[in-house]
Design a protein around this ligand. Structure first.
Ligand code: 0X9
Ligand code: ZN
Ligand code: ZN
Length: 419
């Protein structure tokens, strides 16, 4: 009876039309399924309505006692809520009106000549000029490289940050902006580079790190998706590559790495948010990063920055099996989240991703680990869902400052534990 009732009336509610107001009245709900009937209801929702799982659980991975965040379009919201109430599926409304939250972030005024504002989200063209400027202004510490082009032809930049010594140093690779809508991620990469150049020579930890290590930082991997999230759809996740035979665009870059590609927690359907692509490394952006990492043999740690949910994750995601160095990774993650929470008390959970968030193949962290990089971590930054991807700019500073502590801990560990 419950299956039938309101679902029958639903047709695919794919939002089309202008970016302006696209999400007007949309709500984000956190569902707390407690029994099989609840799970069935969610699976049906996923099938019949085009709902947007905010953390991309595949519908089949939905289990009891684990909450599910999803966006429902304005026209369906009250039906869905009525349905939930009818079957006793408990939920919270995380966001009352997605569009209102989006608009707050678009109405930004540039600060002009007073310098780059690290407490704002920036458009790609600004970030691009920033990469050039910060490298020009700090030639002793930073060099900029173009490591490839995106599907739509934009340059993908890599900043090498570290004191030049004339020899190869142990290196930490860090990327941001794999997923377009996770704006706090590129903001963090920029913050990190800014802190490095600002504190080198004053702060002893940073000075030691930059003297003895190199950081390779890709501020935005998925540049096309990032641009699209500014211009057309704030909640875009994937790349923007076309899929032959389908009207749906894009591949999930974090399902496109060559790590048990598309075997679990990824979709073969180009219309899904976790589409794994036509083959591993089909995405130019993924290929560009993978090529650099294959070539650059001194990489000792791999850090990839996402949002949201406040987690520090490590391999594996493609299997529930633990890595041989599980104990060491777990201790590192514990220490990293301790360091992070020491500033403002922000609580992170940590653990192998398959158990801690969900199983999924084709992720960059698993791929890096299997390449021989012993210390790969995925950070899911703030928050835990109150604003989700739409984290207000007022939280950029605290988020970046606390995250710096975790990254510095890991970098120091890498320095002290050579391999
Ligand atoms: O699903 C993802 O790609 C990441 N979560 S997100 O909400 N930012 O999309 C988690 C990645 C964990 N690692 C792997 N799945 N390999
Ligand atoms: Zn800007
Ligand atoms: Zn992500």
């Amino acid at each position: 009876m419950m299956d039938g009732l309101l679902l029958l009336g639903f047709v695919a509610a794919v939002s089309v039309g202008s970016p302006v107001g696209r999400y007007a009245g949309d709500k984000v709900l956190r569902l707390k399924p407690e029994n099989e009937q609840h799970l069935q209801f969610i699976r049906n929702l996923a099938r019949i309505v085009k709902i947007d799982f905010w953390q991309p659980h595949s519908a089949e991975l939905v289990t009891t006692n684990r909450s599910v965040d999803l966006r429902v379009t304005a026209d369906r919201a009250s039906d869905v809520q009525t349905g939930l109430e009818e079957i006793g599926l408990k939920y919270d409304v995380l966001i009352e009106n997605v569009q209102n939250l989006i608009e707050k972030q678009f109405d930004q005024k540039e600060t002009g000549s007073s310098g780059y504002n690290y407490e704002k989200y920036h458009r790609w063209d600004e970030i691009q000029s920033w990469t050039a400027n910060i490298a020009d202004e700090n030639p002793r510490l930073i060099s900029r490289f173009e490591i490839g082009r995106s599907y739509e032809g934009r340059a993908i930049y890599l900043l090498r940050v570290g004191k030049r010594t004339g020899s190869v140093k142990p290196t930490i690779f860090m990327d941001c902006g794999i997923h377009a809508r996770e704006w706090i991620s590129p903001a963090f990469c920029q913050w990190f580079v800014k802190e490095a150049v600002k504190t080198y020579g004053c702060n002893s930890t940073m000075t030691t790190l930059l003297n003895k290590l190199d950081f390779l930082v890709v501020p935005v991997i998925n540049v096309d998706g990032y641009v699209y999230s500014w211009t057309k759809d704030r909640l875009w996740r994937k790349t923007r590559s076309r899929n032959p035979g389908s009207n749906c665009v894009g591949t999930d870059p974090n399902r496109n790495f060559d790590a048990k590609w598309c075997s679990i927690g990824a979709s073969r359907n180009p219309c899904d948010e976790t589409y794994c692509g036509s083959h591993a490394e089909s995405e130019k952006e993924v290929k560009a990063v993978a090529d650099i990492m294959r070539r650059y043999y001194a990489i000792k740690a791999y850090l990839t920055i996402h949002s949201y949910s406040q987690m520090c994750l490590f391999p594996y995601s493609y299997t529930y099996s633990l890595t041989p160095n599980y104990k060491e990774l777990n201790t590192m993650a514990w220490n990293a989240v301790q360091a992070l929470s020491s500033l403002y008390g922000t609580q992170y959970i940590y653990g192998p991703a398959a158990i801690t968030i969900y199983p999924s193949a084709g992720g960059s962290d698993d791929w890096a680990y299997d390449l021989g990089i012993k210390y790969p971590f995925t950070f899911e930054l703030r928050d835990t869902g109150k604003c989700g991807f739409l984290l207000p700019e007022s939280q950029i500073r605290p988020t970046c400052e606390e995250t710096m502590l975790a990254i510095n801990y890991i970098a120091t560990y890498v320095l002290n534990n050579p391999y």
